[in-house]
Ligand binder design. Sequence first.
Ligand SMILES: *[C@@H]1O[C@H](CO)[C@@H](O)[C@H](O)[C@H]1NC(C)=O
Ligand SMILES: *[C@@H]1O[C@H](CO)[C@@H](O)[C@H](O)[C@H]1NC(C)=O
Ligand SMILES: *[C@@H]1O[C@H](CO)[C@@H](O)[C@H](O)[C@H]1NC(C)=O
Ligand SMILES: *[C@@H]1O[C@H](CO)[C@@H](O)[C@H](O)[C@H]1NC(C)=O
Ligand SMILES: *[C@@H]1O[C@H](CO)[C@@H](O)[C@H](O)[C@H]1NC(C)=O
Length: 952
Amino acid sequence: MAGGTLESASLFYQSTNRREMCYWISHIKLSRIIVIMLLILFVVSLFAHYYLSKVETNASGMDMHRTRLEAFDDFTSMKASDLKFRIEEMLRIKVSVSNELRDLEAKRQRLQLEVSGFNQKIDDLKQELIHQQTDLDRLKMSLVQAQAAHREAIERNTPELAPPRRILINSLPTNLKFTSSESSSCRMFNCFDHSRCALTSGFPIYLYDPDIFSVINPTWDIDGFLKTTIKQTLGYNAHLTSNPAEACIYILLIGEALPSNSQGPSHQVFPHPLHVKKLHSLPYWGGDGRNHILLNLSRRDLSINSSNMLDNSDTGRAIIVQSTFLRNQYRPGFDIIVPPILGPPGGDVWQECASMVPARRKYLLSFQGEIKTTKSLSSSGSTSRPIDDAEIDLERVEDENNLDKFIVQHLNDMTTGVTMDKFFIQFECIPATDDSVRGKLLDWTLCGTESSRKEILKDSTFVLILAPSNSSFVTTSSIQARIYEALRSGAIPVILGGDQIYLSYNEVIAWRRAVLFLPKARVTEMHFLLRAIPDSDLLFMRRQGRLIWERYMATAQGAADTIVASIRDRLGIPAVPAIQSPSPSVFNETFVPIKSDAIVAEPEAEESLGPLEPPYPSPVFKRNYTIMLIHGHEIWNEWVNPFYLYPQLPFDTVLSSDAKFVGSEVGFRPIGKGAGGAGKEFSESLGGNYPREQFTIVILTYEREQVLINSLARLYGLPYLNKVLVVWNSPKPPIEDLRWPDIGVPIVVIKALRNSLNNRFLPFDTIETEAVLSVDDDAHLRHDEIMFGFRVWREHRDRVVGFPGRYHAWDQNFHNSWNYNSNYSCELSMVLTGAAFIHKHYMYLYTNWLPQAIRDKVDEYMNCEDIAMNFLVSHLTRKPPVKVTSRWTFRCPGCPVSLSEDDTHFQERHKCINFFAQVFGYMPLLNTQYRADSILFKTRISHDKQKCFKFI
Ligand SMILES: *[C@@H]1O[C@H](CO)[C@@H](O)[C@H](O)[C@H]1NC(C)=O
Ligand SMILES: *[C@@H]1O[C@H](CO)[C@@H](O)[C@H](O)[C@H]1NC(C)=O
Ligand SMILES: *[C@@H]1O[C@H](CO)[C@@H](O)[C@H](O)[C@H]1NC(C)=O
Ligand SMILES: *[C@@H]1O[C@H](CO)[C@@H](O)[C@H](O)[C@H]1NC(C)=O
Ligand SMILES: *[C@@H]1O[C@H](CO)[C@@H](O)[C@H](O)[C@H]1NC(C)=O
């Protein structure tokens, strides 16, 4: 059933040969006894035969030598009657002797039978003894483990710390006095009321319904799209509360404000959109607006257009969230810079993006814009808003504009200079932009339509973005919109004047990984710098830019979540726990599945592989308050997202080896109690750098009940197994009289909502371990292979660790595209999840984070879910999977052949690979030439020592 696990010629392991071999080795004594017995029997029968033949020849007188002489004597000295009598007697003797011999022969045969019967019994007993010995070893081992666990439980004098009660403030903000002049010195410590936001409060946020609470002057309207989208997207946010008395922060949408249509276009006469009185009389304003978040989002990238920027409205202690800030207005660490909302409310956005390769595109650098001249500033005093601030430094204005003029001049020279590099630099838009805009602003404006710019950006390695000529702006929505467009198309932004501006969420997003910030004075060095960047870094920056764009900018949902998350992050409150999938049982409450106790012990069970322990779930949520501190950078800029708290991460920190013995022993099972050792000690403890743990097996199945039952039965006695999950993909429930094997651990049969291969990676709440072994229902893995895989996974927790390796091959001759390949190869890039360990974390991500288009493709083809998982993990970690050992018995003999054998299965997998690469924008899979075998594998060791595993 499940995909590619099936198509390869399997490597059957000849377990019979091996068994014979070890049988002889371990049974030398027995065989010696048998040899002696056979020897005795042989000698006895030889004697018997000799005697018999002698008698027979005597009687029949056929002997040519001695008997003839004797007979002659007899004939001469005997009468005929005597002779007759003697002959008769001889005949009688002969009959009796041969009867006796026959009896003897029968007896011999009987004895021989008996002997071989006894031999068989000895064999069986020996076998039994070995089993018993292994069982005993295992029991001893398990006992030691249980004792260790018991000791730990006793020694831990501090009981598990119960989480503190969730503190909710449960009172509305009271009125405090506030003078508006304090506003500009606001920081978190003096303007934010932390008492409303306890660490364990869960960060409740309250949204003033934008349809009810308006703080905008009646001549203005808040953008309708924003109103509905913000309400909707924050509605999905798990922190949202409808009870204002318990809220930590109060969110109010104040923009983007647009002149209301009824008033006509006479823009100039409009008062400032914000109605301060209304703002101050908001029900929870509390006199100073503490813990209020004013969202002044913009949707148009020229909203700098509105000239009311400097209107110092009294916003009290509220935090302002917007895209345009003046330097003296922006309060670092308090206000939040956000990108304009330019994308759709939510959904997949990957189609918008251009492919990331080739690293170098047609144009090295592009720019499309137009600058206002100083002339237009000085001559347009009438259109400019009268400036109260008399001390405006006109000389600086001149200087700044001279610098910009110099930049334009230099860039023009650069494009016409002698170089192989191509530029697309456009300093004059055709047709010229609207004059009213031109006169009012001293800034760069854009050329072209969005789609014409997109075409150029797709062809540009870098795109030049110029910081506002007016350096009073620390950020503008126009600059942010340029960044948005650039990242979407994979053009790496180069910001000239980058030292004078901030980009969005600069507290948490590491923009330097995706954007080049240059002082304007570097314009002459820019070309040299851009040429000096290697392809690998180009691609890294492009990929990083796309990550930021997709996660935080592309959709309104992302923007809303990011605003909330960045404030929560600032307060050190953990995110909400990630959502797990429910695991409804396929059986109803009254039905008790029939257990069968006919357990066939695995032939390889004679190797003792580890203790059998009671179920031990992996600890969860241990790092609620440190994960944002230690991994904050990675969470915001690398793997996954800051929106959810995951119970464990594959990247969790590791203790140093000495701590395992000094002070932090709990849970560790060092090999030989720290003294180390070979196979015997190894099999007794998990060792390694992580505390003890177990794993869960997840089996996806579809209407192959007997195959499944056989696979389940083989799991009996598997050490470190916590639980088995069977995902029942068929709409038909299991037949009632199906006998479920009792394998010593719970088997949970989960009813799938629909038949989908994506169900294999649902983050089921019944999975209580970090390690998940995903197997096909017909996979036949030996216990030692599973054990070894588990131990290897414990060292590569962030990767797919498993058995069947595959790779993606470049098809140069045919379409210049990717092919899925399952041939023997010394390089691979995927390990199929028909038999692989993965971290549960990746199941959350597969289900909730991967673009929906990929899961849809998996459903469309009923194929490729294993390829998708490899893409996901390689994308996040930039590491290839780990293949474990060469021997694995994969296909079950005699199982029904699955649909995947045929050619369409392969064709689909080619298509999947190419489609997934298109969605990711690049090929995330990486090659590896490495395979894990146990350390003493094929090492000669002394006889009193055991290898780590007998066979791998
Ligand atoms: C800028 O303002 C002018 C008039 O004041 C208006 O016509 C124009 O549409 C505005 N531009 C944007 C992008 O809002
Ligand atoms: C909201 O932002 C726009 C520019 O994006 C600005 O003109 C307006 O003054 C801002 N409103 C407030 C209340 O700051
Ligand atoms: C920069 O812009 C601000 C706000 O629009 C304005 O007050 C100031 O005069 C401008 N500075 C220059 C040098 O034009
Ligand atoms: C539970 O399931 C069994 C077998 O599927 C069925 O016979 C029985 O009627 C069911 N009971 C209820 C209460 O649905
Ligand atoms: C950590 O967060 C989880 C999920 O919100 C919660 O269940 C757990 O009790 C928290 N642990 C601590 C120590 O706060």
